[in-house]
Every structure is written in structure tokens, then in C-alpha cells.
Design a protein around this ligand. Structure first.
Ligand code: PEP
Ligand code: MG
Length: 552
């Protein structure tokens, strides 16, 4: 029996056999063709047909968005132009694998050059090419494996296309050697409530197909070859955790009854139903810019009023925190960000872009005030990327002038925590965006895989800034919430509450797990845990300290 450690996602636990995601195939050799071109051509034709049939069968079983992705891939496998190209390469002396590989590579290049939608499909061709060559070679096809039995998927990392085709009925847990808390694997695991452990060093050397394993996301561990008693204990624990996660929907609270409202992050009125179903006590972050990512001109007041009213109507009597347009960096809006910038994350984004285009900001605040007046929801409005009290005062004054009742600031730029005492006096509330706060505190681009390890909200530097904000809020009586991904991590949610955070907002799918975890600690225990974690020397140590306290 051996245990490996990584970063746990969620609080689930699973015990099952390991199924490994096959590694990508090595490129074919350049050895010249030894057989007759006609016979080889027939072999390639059979392989293409086999792959297309297999993809179509999986498409029919998958349904939804995955069905479209797989059907498109099946069509690519059957494209007659590919077969023609393979024939001419065989006639030129290439072996069957090489001819197929190169034909797909040429097709890929052509699609990439076309750009746009076709360009985006180019990477799907790699998957098809790998499947065809695997068939010719007589080895298992790469990509997400298929099984009749439930399994734990072990992979180097998962790409978005893999996650679209994963059989969620049978996948009990995900374990990857690479990736951090914001990787595709972690996002998928969170959205489907699957236990996952990512960033497990040495995983691929240790875990083999068919081996039994226990994945404990709360502890961030993967135990290989556990004995029967450990498996039985894990299965019992799984039942207990699933029961807790599907427990009756109650208001967010700690074991001693301290209330911690659990709110949902939404990007459009379409997300409201899932939030309500998950028992969200309102909306803690409405990312309004998501409505206008494709717009070439600023939306009108009427258009915005209609969208905001639609969302607010879903939450009568409840709080809805709308964020004004956060344009720039990873979310450019063509009507707000037109200048070329070398470092857009450090450029005219968030409140800076709005201030430079005040008419657009005024229109949005007017539309929000209209929607507030037309509905029963309790609307709060906040601005992204507020750096200091001067920016906070500017935004609060403008919001009040345009009829908004509760106006606040997002804490995403580290400077705001340093001057938190000033900012909490100027605002009605503060909401901490831990995604950007982490990115800027650790100077680690949130989109860049190579610095993913630094993009970790468990880092004590980030947690100390949260504490500065929490303390300042408590002194001034100003609520301080968290609406970044950190709130969706149940163990971290406890620490955040211990640091003085009063509400947590997250994707709707994370609410049940966070609710269950909060019920396991009192406020004193959460504070004690936060105290220990603040002394950690790294994000990994902070996690370990929190896990050790919760286990003991
Ligand atoms: C954040 O930065 O934590 C946040 C909630 O905003 P976004 O992820 O939309 O930048
Ligand atoms: Mg942000």
C-alpha cells in the first residue's frame, strides 16, 4: 500500500479500479512502404471506418454538447479528401502510418490557416489521427478510456475535449499528475461534483491499469493497493459524505449556528435556475460582462435593463450582487478595450476602463437601477479592480448619484488590502475576488499553465491579505465576502470564514459541498484553523495544516 499526495478538489472520496488514460502515440517511423499500396490503402480505409463508427457510437451514447463534438470528429475521420491524400502518399512510398499521420497534419495546417471556427476544430483532428494510427498499429486508442465498470481515471492531465467526452456515469474520481486548482480537470471536477486530486507527483510511475485505489479529495491523497478494511472504510465514508452533500437545503451556517450565507456566481439569467435549485441564498457575483463578450457596440440602457431585470426576477427578496463590466485581459470587450497593451492584465481593465469611458458606466448603472426598481430583489452593485480609496469613492458616489442603494468594491488588486481601513469606510461592502487577488499577489498569470503552481489561493500571502480585509471590515461593520474560486473549495471556505469573511459566493454546483463542510466546524474552530494556516510557509503547507487539523 502506498499513498501519494496532491491538491484535492472538493471533499468527495471514491474507491475503485484505476483506468489510465493512454499516453499520446509516438510519431510513426519513416521506413518506406514494404507492402503493395492497394492493400495498405484498404487497411487505412478500414481503420478510418472503424474510428468513425466508434466515434458515432460514442456520440449517440453521450448526447448533448459532447454528441456534437464527437459527430464532427467522426465526419473528419471519413473525409474523402484525407483518403485521397493517403493514397498519393502511399504511392510516393510512405508507409501506411506515416501516410495517414502526414495527411492529417496537412489537413490540420489548412484548417489552422482558415482561422475562426474551422481553426478551432484543427486540434480535434489530432485526436482523430491518433485513433486511426492506433488502429493501424493494433494498440489502444488514446483519449478518454471506456469501461463497463466504474473507475478512477488517472491521466497526465485532461484537455477540454477529453472532459467533454468523459463517461460521467462510470467515472468516480479524477487523478492527474499535472494541473493545479484552476486546471480543466479541477474545473470539470468541481462542476460535476467529482472527487479529484490534481498535481500528484510520481502518479504515472506508480499507478497501473486495474490497480485498486482510494481517492480522498478532502485529504488530497491517492492510496494505491489499499487493503480490504481501508476500502470498506472508504466506501462507508463515501456514503456519509454523499448523504451530507445531498442533505436538506439549509441556510449556510457553522456548527454553532453562525450564519454564513451561501451565494451563487452567475454569468447570465440562464444560470439562475441552477442557483435556485442548489439553494443559493442569492447571487454573490453576477458577471455582467459575460452578456456582452460578442457585442461590437456598447449595449443600450433598454437592452441592459431587460437582461438585468430577467436575472433579478429570479431572486425576489434575495440579495443579488451585480458587478459592472469587468473588461480587459482575459475578457476583452471591443467597445471598452481598443488600445493595444503589452500587459493587458496590468492595463486599462475593470474600473479603469469604465472610468475612461464614463458614459458606458453611467448607462450600466442606470440600467441596474431600473432593474432594481422593477423587481423585488435586493440589488448590490460593485466595481472590479478597485485599487484604493480614491477609486472606491469615485464609484460609490457615481452609483449613489444614479440611484443605487448598496455600492461596493471588489478586492482583487493587492493594494486595496493594504489600505483596507480606508476602503471599508468608503464602501457599503467589499467582495474579494481571489482569482485575480492571487494572480496579482503572486505575479502569476491566471491563464498560464507554467505558473499554475503559484496561482494558488491557499498561499499564505493571499490569506494574510484576506485577513487584513476581514479585520478592517469587522472593525467598520462593513461586510466582506469572497466570490472567487477559493470560496468553492470546502476546506478553504472554512479558513476564509475564520479570517473574517462573512459570505461565500461560488458556482452553484459547489454549494452543497461547502454547506456540508461549514456545518462541521464552530466559529472558534474556523478561527483557530485560520490562525494556523496563516503561519504556513507555502500554499502546500497551508493545505496540509488545514487537513491535519480537520482530520485530528
Ligand atoms: C476574481 O477575480 O476572483 C473574480 C471573481 O473575478 P473574475 O474571475 O471574473 O475575474
Ligand atoms: Mg477578477
Amino acid at each position: 500500500m502506498s499513498a501519494l499526495a496532491g491538491v484535492g478538489v472538493g471533499r468527495g472520496i471514491a474507491a475503485a479500479k484505476v483506468l489510465r488514460m493512454p499516453e499520446p502515440l509516438a510519431p510513426p517511423s519513416d521506413e518506406p512502404l514494404a507492402a503493395a499500396p492497394d492493400a495498405e490503402h484498404a487497411r487505412v480505409q478500414e481503420a478510418l471506418q472503424h474510428v468513425a463508427d466508434e466515434l458515432n457510437a460514442r456520440a449517440a451514447a453521450a448526447g448533448g454538447e459532447a454528441q456534437q463534438v464527437l459527430e464532427a470528429a467522426a465526419l473528419m475521420a471519413q473525409d474523402p479528401a484525407i483518403l485521397d491524400d493517403v493514397r498519393s502518399r502511399l504511392e510516393g512510398g510512405a508507409n501506411a502510418e506515416r501516410a495517414t499521420w502526414d495527411a492529417y497534419a496537412a489537413f490540420r495546417e489548412m484548417l489552422t490557416a482558415m482561422g475562426g471556427y474551422m481553426g478551432e476544430r484543427a486540434t480535434d483532428l489530432d485526436d482523430v489521427a491518433q485513433r486511426v494510427v492506433a488502429r493501424l498499429r493494433g494498440v489502444p486508442a488514446p483519449g478518454v478510456p471506456v469501461s463497463d465498470e466504474p473507475f478512477i481515471l488517472v491521466a497526465r492531465d485532461l484537455a477540454p475535449a477529453d472532459t467533454a467526452t468523459l463517461d460521467l456515469e462510470r467515472t468516480l474520481a479524477l487523478v492527474t499528475q499535472e494541473g493545479g486548482p484552476t486546471s480543466h480537470t479541477a474545473i470539470l471536477a468541481r462542476s460535476k461534483s467529482l472527487p479529484a486530486v490534481v498535481g500528484v507527483v510520481g502518479l504515472l510511475d506508480a499507478a497501473a491499469d486495474g490497480q485498486r485505489a482510494i481517492v480522498d479529495a478532502r485529504a488530497g491523497t491517492v492510496e494505491l493497493d489499499p487493503d480490504d478494511a481501508s476500502v470498506d472504510a472508504a466506501l462507508a465514508e463515501r456514503e456519509a459524505r454523499l448523504a451530507a452533500a445531498s442533505a436538506p437545503i439549509t441556510e449556510g451556517a457553522l456548527a454553532d449556528g453562525t450564519k454564513v450565507p451561501l451565494l451563487a456566481n452567475v454569468g447570465s439569467p440562464k444560470d439562475a435556475a441552477a442557483a435556485v435549485a442548489a439553494g443559493a441564498e442569492g447571487v454573490g457575483l453576477f458577471r455582467t460582462e459575460f452578456l456582452f463578450l460578442d457585442a461590437s457596440a456598447a449595449p443600450s440602457v433598454e437592452q441592459q435593463t431587460a437582461s438585468y431585470t430577467e436575472l433579478l426576477q429570479a431572486f425576489p427578496g434575495k440579495k443579488v450582487v451585480a458587478r459592472v463590466l469587468d473588461a480587459g485581459a482575459d475578457k476583452p470587450l471591443s467597445f471598452l478595450n481598443d488600445a493595444h497593451e503589452e500587459n493587458p492584465a496590468l492595463g486599462l481593465r475593470g474600473i479603469r476602463a469604465l472610468r475612461a469611458n464614463e458614459a458606458i458606466l453611467r448607462d450600466q448603472l442606470t440600467a441596474l437601477a431600473n432593474a432594481d426598481a422593477a423587481t423585488e430583489a435586493e440589488l448590490w452593485v460593485m466595481a472590479p479592480m478597485i485599487a484604493d480609496v480614491e477609486e472606491a469613492e469615485y464609484f460609490v458616489a457615481l452609483g449613489r448619484e444614479l440611484g443605487l442603494k448598496v455600492v461596493g468594491a471588489m478586492a482583487e488588486v493587492p493594494s486595496i488590502a493594504v489600505v483596507a481601513d480606508q476602503v471599508v469606510e468608503a464602501c457599503d461592502f467589499v467582495s474579494i475576488g481571489t482569482n485575480d487577488l492571487t494572480q496579482y499577489t503572486l505575479a502569476a498569470d491566471r491563464q498560464l499553465g507554467s505558473v499554475a503552481a503559484l496561482q494558488d489561493p491557499w498561499h499564505p500571502a493571499v490569506l494574510r491579505l484576506v485577513k487584513m480585509l476581514g479585520d478592517a471590515g469587522a472593525r467598520a461593520g462593513t461586510p466582506v465576502g469572497v466570490c472567487g474560486e477559493a470560496a468553492a473549495d470546502p476546506a478553504l471556505a472554512v479558513v476564509l470564514v475564520g479570517l473574517g469573511v462573512t459570505t461565500l459566493s461560488m458556482s452553484a454546483s459547489a454549494i452543497a459541498d461547502v454547506r456540508a463542510e461549514l456545518l462541521t466546524v464552530t466559529l472558534d474552530e474556523a478561527r483557530a484553523r485560520a490562525e494556523r494556516v496563516l503561519a504556513a510557509r507555502s500554499a502546500a503547507e497551508a493545505r496540509q495544516l488545514a487537513a491535519a487539523v480537520s482530520a485530528g
